[in-house]
Design a protein around this ligand. Sequence first.
Ligand code: NAG
Ligand code: NAG
Ligand code: NAG
Ligand code: NAG
Ligand code: NAG
Ligand code: NAG
Ligand code: NAG
Ligand code: NAG
Ligand code: NAG
Length: 760
Amino acid sequence: MRASRMSAGWQIFALPAAVSSLTDANFYGQSPPVYPSPQGKGSGTWAGAYVNARDLVDQMTLDEKVNITRGFTSSDNVCAGNSGSVPRLQWPGMCLHDAGNGVRATDMVNAYASGIHVGASWDRNLTYQRGYFMGKEFKDKGVNVALGPNAGPLGRIPLGGRNWEGFSVDPYLAGQLVAETIVGHQDAGAIANLKHFVGNEQETLRRPYHGVEAASTNIDDKTMHELYAWPFMDGVHAGVGSIMCSYNRVNNSYGCQNSKLMNGILKTELSFDGFVVADWNGQHSGVGSALAGLDMVMPLGGYWGDNLTEAVRNGSVPESRVADMANRYDTTDFATPGFGMKNLTEPHEAVDARDPQSKPIILEGAIAGHVLVKNENSTLPFKKPPKMISIYGYDATVPATKNTDILFQLGYNVQPEMAQAVLGTEGVRFDQAAKGGTIVTGGRAAANSPAYINDPLSALSQRAALDDTWVNWDLTSFNPDVNGASEACLVFINAMATEGWDRIGLHDDFSDGLVLNVAAKCSNTIVVIHAAGIRLVDQWIDHPNVTATIIAHLPGQDSGQALVKLLYGEAGFSGKLPYTLARNESDYHPYLPCNRTPDDYFPQCDFTEGVYIDYRDFDARNTTPRFEFGFGLSYTSFEYSSLSVDVSDLSPTTCRSGDNEIWDIVANVQATVTNTGSVEGAEVAQLYLAIPNSPPKQLRGFDKVALDPEESAPVTFELTRRDFSVWDVVTQKWQIQEGDYTIFVGASSRDIRLTHNLKI
Ligand SMILES: *[C@@H]1O[C@H](CO)[C@@H](O)[C@H](O)[C@H]1NC(C)=O
Ligand SMILES: *[C@@H]1O[C@H](CO)[C@@H](O)[C@H](O)[C@H]1NC(C)=O
Ligand SMILES: *[C@@H]1O[C@H](CO)[C@@H](O)[C@H](O)[C@H]1NC(C)=O
Ligand SMILES: *[C@@H]1O[C@H](CO)[C@@H](O)[C@H](O)[C@H]1NC(C)=O
Ligand SMILES: *[C@@H]1O[C@H](CO)[C@@H](O)[C@H](O)[C@H]1NC(C)=O
Ligand SMILES: *[C@@H]1O[C@H](CO)[C@@H](O)[C@H](O)[C@H]1NC(C)=O
Ligand SMILES: *[C@@H]1O[C@H](CO)[C@@H](O)[C@H](O)[C@H]1NC(C)=O
Ligand SMILES: *[C@@H]1O[C@H](CO)[C@@H](O)[C@H](O)[C@H]1NC(C)=O
Ligand SMILES: *[C@@H]1O[C@H](CO)[C@@H](O)[C@H](O)[C@H]1NC(C)=O
């Protein structure tokens, strides 16, 4: 048995008597101590905030400083967290609140497309716009810190319950979109919070319970840098104001008291100047977490509160550490925290945070994350309005109820089993289909209540009214009757996921059976899957009557309208999968969350696959996926030509993570994309790089262009020094190796159109 990290001074829990062999210290997964905690420097874009914060914090007594490092309950608002305030200096404290889809647990806000849907758009601009308007809603509700975006989990296991909250399993794509979101949120006046640092790759055993410690994510240093910490590096570079440490342990030390992660990687290596806040109730020691670099505890006082004052007085925690915590909060320009976040069951003024200018962004965002994966004989778009369509499946219409208590827990749509699971013990896994109605988001922290849901059935009905289309529907039968005159049969199924639980599989028999039953009777069966994660299609994708398949992800409130525009050709498909869609579960390595044996109090998850997850693994093993990473069909076709590579200063060098040179552009790659089809369309051109001693291909650039028929445009990729580097664990630097590199430019990770070899 392996022991939890124990070192004098910050032992964090009482050990069960059964645990004896704590002395074998030589195990994989021990976290090295990194002390003392670096003081924030307030450099660059942070300078102004630091000057303001220091002026204020300098005037605070120790009690006051300690007061603002912790949370309090508030009777005035329902913010997920309220920091302490300093009434004497008129500092009102901060409201911290969820998160990924929009402002949670309140009214008069919008539900945007979820992270996975945004990832499938591969659209930096749209991601920024979404981040901006969402950030504005947080600000307008009096939320000072928006608890997103999410880059952890990255998506190591396809069953992960929270994978949909993030943009992609690829660290480059995730990093680019995290940065756009952060800048968007913060331009709008809300502090972004990048979470969860780090290794929160499964919901199973994510927290301690019944004497069992949370699972320990054991990650080697190279994998940490090249994969899991990579998007966090982008987030810090983008100026993120706060980072949330994670529930799980990393190398046996809890994320929120791991000095290597907070003092080491974040605050020394990346020079992160903002604050680290603990995931809710994720603090497991007082002195230990303070010294390891934690800056704020939520939702209440945790192990701090008066204890932290005492710890300073008795010399366990330097007062400068507490001042540093406080200096890291951006104290400027604060409205009354949580003024628009009232308890909805009590009389309140409805503070409308929706900006009319966000409307086109929400609809465009909903369209952009749909991925067309099959379109036999161009069955889509409909050539002319169909005379008759038939609609099947539980996912075609709205759930019966929007406003329930569960809404605040989970989003708005849960099947009863899931609600039960939520109210019971965490760690139970549940069925992946939410049969109560269409899903536009996954569940819990990243979910929010939509202004309305434009669902597929009503959007199609409205369209039918314009065209005199006859619409049949049966949303409950497993083996429905099909009117033989149907020109198209649309089957709506889904795959739900939620914080707190991992999924039990990547498809379900009821939904697959429904598709097969309809396909047996209808020669033009179109399957639409709303999916909070990877959803396999091999049970029916080759069926000759399944003519088209759309992975519709989680579009937010404009779901139905977006789909109708796509089906009728008023908009084109331009989304591409931000993950690999395998033929079978067993093609993923790893597939299952790691678990424990009954007498194991310190569950261990060794990330022995290193950087080989998702397409990096499929490529290395030569496993054929059903649809590869980066794949997606369009209504038109694109040709790639004229690759040019302009290299500057690309030689074997090393760089520290915090050096500015790491962001230098060392290669400009350009190609021409031409729309060779007959309708307009947008293409996501992708650049993959083969680096010596690394996976066969790694995404290092993408560019989305919209083109009219016969139009050509350049796509450009700017590669930084980091993009060519591997992490050298000995020198603790990013290293550009000598050797042969290949640049691939194409339409997906396996549809490479242009290549260029490079010797460094
Ligand atoms: C985890 O342990 C590995 C060695 O087993 C080490 O390379 C890495 O730096 C450690 N990381 C953390 C955060 O402790
Ligand atoms: C600490 O914060 C709470 C909550 O905002 C506030 O009521 C209290 O007065 C503050 N205490 C001090 C010492 O400022
Ligand atoms: C970004 O998107 C917005 C909204 O769709 C659009 O108005 C703007 O022109 C776009 N900017 C660029 C640089 O593409
Ligand atoms: C202080 O420490 C005690 C014991 O470790 C703990 O029970 C308490 O919750 C801590 N927090 C506060 C705010 O006093
Ligand atoms: C100092 O105070 C902290 C908080 O109450 C406590 O955990 C720690 O044991 C104390 N240390 C000493 C040396 O008294
Ligand atoms: C809102 O108020 C009701 C009573 O009016 C209470 O039962 C409920 O817990 C409150 N909700 C929150 C989130 O505070
Ligand atoms: C698609 O077209 C081919 C060739 O015309 C034909 O053999 C096939 O049956 C068509 N498939 C469907 C589903 O209509
Ligand atoms: C396809 O649909 C037609 C009805 O239009 C049906 O007769 C045929 O058996 C179906 N094909 C298969 C393979 O189920
Ligand atoms: C598909 O994956 C499941 C789950 O891992 C496994 O039980 C089954 O044997 C696999 N089937 C094939 C054909 O590989």
